[in-house]
Design a protein around this ligand. Structure first.
Ligand code: ADP
Ligand code: MG
Length: 261
């Protein structure tokens, strides 16, 4: 785990949090078979919030954020995303997935498609966007992540950091209102972590609502407005970064911080 100094000057004044709710989770529980993986999760995320989710391996961080776009199904409680409740209703699941972008540790790009094709595939086939418009949008976001010159290459020809930036651009092409990140820098060499974090910082500065599972505590300190600590399937503690790092309340949080900082 690294605590990279983020050299980029971060303008927190642009990162406004509104009082409108983006995600509401009430008394949510989830089991994998008989294993009770998430216990009584209650969480309200307002639009524009940048939340970092921290916690030991196996504490349920991935499972929790995967429930938000129904990559995993919860068994009890409610999850409401942008006013739409996640139930078995496939229409609602589709609507929510179209609002929520996700970026994983492994980039999951299609290896046999070019960078540009990776970015236009879902807009063309899922959103029915005309091809020309999809290409323009894709180029716009590839410029944003600073790799427009790689558009006609294949994922295997790019570095890990570049591939992860493509994965972020690809998500943005679907115009999500919320972005979920699950350890987006964990598979990267140290020199590539920063370029991916920079991309995430820019998104934050543009007001994107973000939930990020990450071990980058430098990012958490500087970009997050709230840090959530999970352990054994529960949200143990949450606070603004300053308080979270300097004045942790629970013993479990203190132990975790002592191990990573
Ligand atoms: P984290 O992301 O915090 O490391 P996860 O959400 O991946 O934690 O996993 C939480 C717990 O659930 C772990 O004990 C893990 O082994 C278990 N788990 C994860 N996915 C599955 C699955 N598909 N089936 C059964 N158990 C799982
Ligand atoms: Mg995980």
């Amino acid at each position: 785990m690294s605590d990279l100094a983020i050299e980029r000057k971060i303008d927190r004044s642009k990162m406004e949090v509104s009082d409108e709710v983006a995600i509401q989770i009430n008394d949510m529980n989830k089991w994998y078979g008989t294993f009770h993986v998430l216990r009584d999760i209650n969480l309200t995320v307002n639009k524009g919030e940048r939340i970092v989710i921290a916690g030991p391996s196996g504490s349920g961080k991935s499972t929790m954020i995967r429930c938000i776009n129904r990559l995993e199904e919860h068994q009890a409680g409610d999850i409401i995303v942008d006013g739409i409740e996640l139930t078995n209703d496939l229409k609602n699941i589709d609507k929510i997935r179209s609002e929520v972008g996700m970026c994983f540790q492994h980039f999951n790009l299609f290896p046999h498609l070019t960078i540009l094709e990776n970015c236009t595939l879902a807009p063309i086939w899922v959103r029915k966007t005309p091809k020309k418009e999809a290409i323009e949008t894709a180029m716009h976001f590839l410029e944003k992540v600073k790799i427009p010159d790689q558009a006609n290459k294949y994922p295997g020809q790019l570095s890990g950091g570049q591939q992860q930036r493509v994965a972020i651009a690809r998500s943005l092409c679907m115009k999500p209102r919320i972005m979920l990140f699950d350890e987006p820098t964990s598979a990267l060499d140290p020199e590539m972590i920063k370029e991916v974090l920079d991309t995430m910082i820019e998104l934050a500065e543009e007001g994107m609502t973000m939930l990020c599972v990450t071990h980058e505590m430098g990012f958490a300190r500087q970009v997050a407005n709230r840090v959530i600590f999970m352990d054994q399937g529960q949200i143990v503690e949450q606070n603004e970064p300053e308080e979270f790092f300097n004045n942790p309340k629970s013993e479990r949080t203190k132990l975790f911080l002592s191990q990573i900082l």
